[in-house]
Design a protein around this ligand. Structure first.
Ligand code: SOE
Length: 391
């Protein structure tokens, strides 16, 4: 009888969409993967005790806290999982790291470069004491994306010339969709740019192994005011004529071009107004020997074009990324059964717990998150002054 792995106590801050995605990951990972440490879901934390308690019951968190600082004081908690809006990431992460707790922080890392720099400095200092930090760009851990990165890194598509990345959603095309925290700059930092643009920036740099050196961007807020839902005091309305509508203070869409360090050029598009596109995160990379192409709305497939094929039979092949030899798949189902959105979160937990046990620095690191933050800020600056901004 082998010894049971040491417990790793988890304290999670936040309980909405990301709270649910992360909760399922902490529950599922040890069931499908042989982890070197055993995650124990010690506490979920939220300002509204009733709502947090309901999520705790649903996902079987052991306890509920309403002040995240209490999590840092608990000896049964080793890791803080931050699933809150971006305006709270820096304060919680830095305090947690200084308290000796590992940190998993949702993307984007922060709302500003200054915050991201402070978080990265705290993570570097904490790592000296074996305390680890990761930022939650989960799409890297979709098997098809991980395979794309492997093909590019192995040279199968040769020298990269083009990177084409889109993240298309349409949940705000209705001008009467109400305000929420994602539309408030003070809470979210930016709109489509940081919320979904951060994902394609991280994914493009991960898959290509190259870094963005300069950007030139355009941003737009198509709907300037929206109905105020819930607590009127938090979102502001103006005159009586606007009493039921408040200002949208972030972008609805951000598009930009980019130059990469390896000489490739990129085109990026992130929007919440791509009518009909629900979660179309797409990446295509064109190289001298071939191309890879991915669309999250067909997430178990990677398209691959091999330019060395006989031209009479050449074409984009659809690789079903569901073989046991493909990244992460051997823990799941037989070929062809497929994975879903939630599996990226489970794989994130698996890799984080494994790195903590090994004493390794997880990726993407806070430094990777800072690099994305710098690009976000450069795109916003370019959209404001019409200039190309170099990182
Ligand atoms: C935006 O709608 C969003 O929820 C992002 O915030 C998540 O990071 C992404 O995984 C799904 O879409």
């Amino acid at each position: 009888m082998t010894d049971a792995p040491t417990d790793l106590g988890i304290g999670m801050v936040g309980y909405a969409f990301m709270g649910a995605a992360h909760s399922q990951a902490w529950r599922t990972a040890p069931a499908f993967f042989d982890l070197p440490l055993r995650p124990r879901m010690r506490a979920i934390c939220g300002r509204h005790e009733d709502a947090a308690s309901a999520v705790a019951r649903r996902f079987e968190w052991e306890s509920v806290e309403t002040d995240w600082r209490k999590l840092l004081q608990r000896d049964d908690i080793d890791l803080i999982d931050i699933c809150t809006p971006g305006d709270t990431h820096a304060e919680i992460a830095i305090a947690a790291l200084r308290a000796g707790k590992h940190v998993l922080c949702e993307k984007p890392l922060a709302n500003t470069v200054a915050e991201a720099e402070a978080m990265t400095a705290a993570a570097i200092e904490a790592a000296k004491h074996g305390v680890r930090a990761m930022v939650g760009f989960t799409y890297r851990r979709t098997p098809a994306v991980a395979l794309a990165q492997q093909l590019v890194a192995s040279g199968r598509i040769g020298k990269i010339h083009h990177v084409r990345a889109q993240y298309l959603q349409d949940w705000l095309t209705d001008e009467n969709a109400p305000l929420n925290w994602r539309l408030d700059k003070a809470q979210a930092g930016s709109g489509a740019l940081g919320d979904i643009g951060a994902h394609i920036i991280d994914m493009a740099q991960f898959v290509t192994g190259s870094t963005i050196q300069s950007v030139s961007g355009v941003m737009e807020t198509f709907v300037k005011t929206r109905p105020i839902a819930g607590d009127r005091a938090t979102l502001g309305g103006t005159s009586s004529a606007d009493a039921d509508r408040g200002p949208v203070t972030v972008d609805d869409a951000a598009v930009f071009t980019a130059r990469f360090a390896d000489g490739a050029i990129g085109v990026f598009e992130s929007t919440r107004f791509a009518t009909g596109r629900k979660n179309a995160l797409r990446l295509e990379v064109n190289g001298s020997l071939g191309s890879v192409a991915f669309d999250f709305e067909d997430m178990n497939v990677l398209e691959f074009f091999d330019a060395t094929d006989d031209p009479s039979i050449a074409g984009f092949r659809r690789i079903m990324v569901t073989e046991a030899t493909h990244p992460y798949i051997s823990a799941w189902w037989p070929p062809g059964h497929g994975l879903g959105y939630e599996h990226g979160f489970t794989h994130q937990v698996v890799d984080l717990v494994t790195d903590i046990a090994k004493g390794a620095d997880p990726v993407p690191s806070f430094a990777d998150g800072l690099a994305v933050q710098r690009i976000l800020e450069a795109v916003a600056a370019s959209a404001a002054d019409g200039m190309t901004h170099t990182l």
